[in-house]
Design a protein around this ligand. Structure first.
Ligand code: AMP
Length: 132
């Protein structure tokens, strides 16, 4: 079981921003920008491009809704998207609010993100998602 499956199962905590029957979205614990969110399929697949055609399409539609929520909750110009997957073997999309091109730099991390601020950001995005 991957660490993300354990999060989805509720065995490990997460800052959940959205969920449906197939996908789960939560804040990256080591964000590169405030509002940095991960979207994962509940079904465990390691490599993003191994996700079957139907599911990868559905995942993009779910990620689009999460990106819209991020954009309305976090001041930014656009929401960027990236797939890396070198660290956690459970396919996921990174959604990152961008003001400048440099905001998508995975070497840059938010310094000591406090649980209070993570919770605040999470609640803002979740509220925007639920508003639709
Ligand atoms: P990668 O697999 O290279 O796309 O990176 C995995 C991402 O997952 C990194 O940005 C980590 O900060 C993030 N991550 C790892 N463990 C957790 C966790 N328990 N909760 C939230 N994000 C996590």
């Amino acid at each position: 079981m991957t660490i993300f499956s354990r999060i989805i199962a509720g065995e490990l905590p997460s800052y959940k921003v959205a969920e449906d029957d197939k996908f789960y979205a939560f804040l990256d614990i080591n964000p590169i920008a405030w509002g940095h969110t991960l979207v994962v399929p509940k079904q465990e697949v390691d490599y993003f491009f191994d996700i079957d055609d139907r599911q990868i399409g559905e995942m993009m539609i779910f990620a689009k809704k999460v990106a819209e929520a991020i954009k309305s909750a976090i001041p930014c110009q656009k929401v960027g998207m990236a797939v890396l997957g070198l660290e956690v073997p459970h396919a996921h999309i990174h959604l990152v609010p961008l003001k400048t091109e440099g905001d998508m730099d995975f070497k840059h991390k938010v310094k000591d993100p406090s649980p209070e601020k993570m919770k605040e950001v999470c609640e803002k995005i979740a509220a925007a998602f639920n508003k639709g």
